[in-house]
Design a binder for this molecule. Structure first.
Ligand SMILES: [Zn+2]
Length: 149
C-alpha cells in the first residue's frame, strides 16, 4: 500500500529505471504530467539516503523538469515526499518516493483531453483522475524521446 497520490496498485507505469531510482507516470493525472520517482532499495527516510542516491536524484530532477517543461509548459513544479498514507495501517512500512507534480495557472490540452489545475497556488489535492491507457502510453513515449542516457 503506497499513498493516495500514487494509487493502491503501486506507483504507476514505468517510464525508466535508473541505478537507484525508478521513474513512473502516476496513475492519477489530475495534474497533467504527474510522475513518481521512487528509490529502488527499501529505504524509509530521506535521511537514510546515500550521497550517490542524492546525486542521481539531482540529475533526474534536472532532466524531468526540462522534459516536462518542453512537453507541457507548466507554470511550476511541486516536489513532495509525503509518506502519510503508509501510517494509516498498524505496521507502517513507508518507502521514500517523490511526487513530481507539474502545476498550471492555465488550461492545457494533451491528446484532445483538457486539463485544469483548480488548486493552483495551493497544495495538490489527492483527487484521482484517470485518463485512457492509450493517452498514458503516448505520454510515456513522449517523455522517453527526450530522455538520453
Ligand atoms: Zn505517493
Amino acid at each position: 500500500m503506497k499513498c493516495e497520490f500514487c494509487g493502491k496498485g503501486g506507483y504507476g507505469k514505468t517510464i525508466d529505471e535508473r541505478n537507484y531510482w525508478n521513474i513512473f507516470l502516476a496513475p492519477s493525472q489530475r495534474y497533467l504530467g504527474t510522475c513518481v520517482i521512487a528509490i529502488r532499495r527499501h529505504c524509509s527516510n530521506l535521511s537514510d539516503l546515500e550521497d550517490i542516491e542524492w546525486k542521481e536524484f539531482s540529475i533526474i530532477v534536472r532532466e524531468m523538469e526540462f522534459i516536462l517543461d518542453e512537453i507541457f509548459k507548466p507554470t511550476l513544479f511541486n516536489w513532495s515526499c509525503f509518506k502519510n498514507s503508509a501510517y494509516r495501517v498498524d505496521d507502517p512500512d513507508p518507502e521514500v518516493h517523490w511526487h513530481l507534480i507539474p502545476r498550471y495557472d492555465h488550461e492545457v490540452e494533451f491528446q484532445g483531453i483538457k486539463f485544469e489545475d483548480p488548486d493552483f497556488g495551493f497544495i495538490p489535492q489527492p483527487i484521482k483522475r484517470k485518463i485512457p491507457e492509450t493517452v498514458m502510453k503516448c505520454m510515456i513515449n513522449k517523455i522517453k524521446t527526450y530522455q538520453q542516457h
